[in-house]
Design a protein around this ligand. Structure first.
Ligand SMILES: [Zn+2]
Length: 253
């Protein structure tokens, strides 16, 4: 294969690796931010549970005070029972006391609900705080890994950029400019392998003469469909003989 063509293939490989690395390096801060946001959300959720426990306790205290208030009223009314003058007044007072008793039972039911709810909240607080430690650890580890990956990516990028310089130095200016132009226009693929007679980038079959030129000429040949620079890799000998065997088998059928 032509030396310049070989260099172009290597250059394309380097460029594709560089563009993958650039993506990896640039997306790393956002990934770290996402992880930290997850942790913050978790901490907020824990705080939220603590707030709702405090609110629950406050409501319970208020309900308990309400019960005390009703009890005081009942005892006042019971005292007044002795002072009423008429039967009607007495009956009315008893009815009032009955209603107050029923009210106490209602409020006590609500206190019970609050207690059950507090138990659930308390349980979830304990579960969350034990999970919080492992969440912190997980986020720290993932952030550390992302940062070390990014650093490794940057080292690899620097190495590849050096390699790129030496590859470009081996190309004529004309060929390099052609490569750059094609790479820009063709989504990073300026050079394409011919496989089974097809351009592997645009998937159009080459005319037999064009295929022969790619196989045998030392020049750079462009795909007639997509303009990419074509190359052909001779299959290894055993592949060759397998192809031939298959071909002769097909001929026999
Ligand atoms: Zn093509």
């Amino acid at each position: 294969m032509d030396a310049e063509l070989k260099t172009l293939i290597d250059l394309q490989e380097v460029d594709q690796a560089l563009s993958k690395l650039a993506f990896q390096i640039s997306s790393s801060p956002a990934e770290i931010q996402t992880l930290q946001n997850e942790l913050t959300a978790f901490v907020h959720a824990c705080d939220g549970r603590k707030l709702s426990l405090a609110a629950n306790q406050k409501e319970r205290r208020e309900l308990e005070a309400e019960v005390q208030g009703i009890r005081a009223k009942i005892s006042r009314h019971k005292d007044q029972l002795y002072q009423v003058k008429t039967n009607e007044q007495y009956k009315a007072m008893l009815k009032e006391i009955e209603a107050e008793d029923a009210n106490i039972r209602k409020v006590e039911d609500r206190i019970l609900e609050k207690m059950v709810e507090a138990e659930q909240i308390d349980k979830s607080i304990r579960e969350a705080s034990s999970r919080l430690e492992s969440e912190k650890k997980r986020v720290e580890e993932e952030v550390r890994k992302l940062e070390s990956d990014r650093q490794a990516g940057e080292r690899e990028r620097d190495r590849l950029e050096e390699k790129r310089k030496s590859l470009v130095a081996g190309l004529s200016r004309e060929v390099y400019l052609l490569y750059e132009k094609l790479a820009r226009a063709r989504n990073g693929t300026a050079v394409a392998e011919v496989r089974d007679g097809f351009c592997s980038a645009c998937h159009v079959r080459l005319r037999p003469q064009a295929f022969n030129n790619v196989r045998s000429s030392g020049r750079l040949i462009a795909c007639e469909t997509c303009s990419r620079i074509l190359y052909y890799v001779e299959p290894p000998p055993e592949e060759n003989s397998r192809h031939e065997r298959e071909a002769s088998q097909q001929a026999a059928v």
